[in-house]
Design a protein around this ligand. Structure first.
Ligand SMILES: N[C@@H](CCC(=O)N[C@@H](CS)C(=O)NCC(=O)O)C(=O)O
Length: 242
């Protein structure tokens, strides 16, 4: 009854896999191959016109956008709740999710692309790369800005500054902790986890050397059984040769 179209290494896919695992929900794992453009076929675009993963199929109906999917899962399968019941606490949780969607989630993309995705374009001509960008419903201009050789220094510096600001915001909130939204693990923690994991994979873990609350939170996150289920072998980024 649940199917998830996803890429093993995509942060947005990992967000949804974390929730499915937290809730103990079985699903058919439909792993797409990004390099082969399996997210851009006419069949897939009928499910998700944005041409991105993840897409959840529930009883035959597609649900798209990882944050929307996660709220949907929490509404439909409430036995293990990941949102506070009290309206103001729920609003705070949503404000976290909004901030995470607007700031660190886009910021992790330029260093990620430079580290392990641009290599996929090494063998392409400029014309082939331009044609690929044209096919992307949501990311055409992002790819055009990036170019075949990756993002430049200014884009990477901006991304790192935004990631650092996000860590500082987390550090302040987690002083009250133990979780981002207070006493209970929630969709806010889920939303930021793949970005923190990716920072570690990109060699940026030193950024929380001086943030003991973030470091402690990350240890607790990794101890949750859902973490190992989400980050199965091959789901972490191990470098430009992966
Ligand atoms: N807002 C969407 C964004 C999804 C998204 O950007 N997915 C990326 C992987 S994390 C993707 O499919 N990229 C395809 C591409 O770059 O061609 C969500 O949260 O689901």
């Amino acid at each position: 009854m649940l199917e998830l179209y996803n890429f093993p290494q995509s942060t947005c896919s990992q967000k949804v896999r974390l929730v499915l695992a937290e809730k103990g929900l079985a699903f058919t794992d439909r792993r797409l191959n990004a390099a082969r453009g399996e997210h851009l076929t006419p069949e897939y675009l009928r499910l998700n016109p944005n041409g991105v993963v993840p897409t959840l199929i529930h009883d035959g109906d597609p649900i798209i956008d990882s944050s929307v999917i996660n709220e949907y899962l929490d509404e439909v399968f409430p036995a293990v709740p990941l949102r506070p019941a009290e309206p103001k606490a729920r609003a705070r949780m949503r404000a976290w999710r909004q901030y995470i969607d607007e700031v660190p989630t886009p910021a992790i993309r330029p260093p990620s692309f430079n580290f392990f995705i641009v290599q996929n374009y090494a063998g392409m001509s400029d014309g082939q790369f331009a044609a690929l960008a044209e096919r992307l419903p949501l990311r055409k201009h992002f790819y055009q800005r990036m170019g075949r050789g990756g993002f430049g220094e200014a884009d990477i510096a901006e991304a790192i500054e935004k990631l650092e600001a996000s860590l500082r915001r987390m550090e302040a909130a987690l002083a009250e902790g133990p979780w981002l939204n207070g006493g209970d693990y929630s969709l806010a923690d889920v939303s930021i986890t793949p970005t923190i994991v990716r920072m570690e994979d990109l060699g940026l873990a030193h950024r929380w050397d001086d943030k003991k609350h973030v470091a402690g939170w990350y240890e607790r996150v990794q101890m949750r059984p859902a973490f190992a289920a989400t980050y199965y072998p091959g789901a972490r980024v191990v470098g430009p040769t992966c």
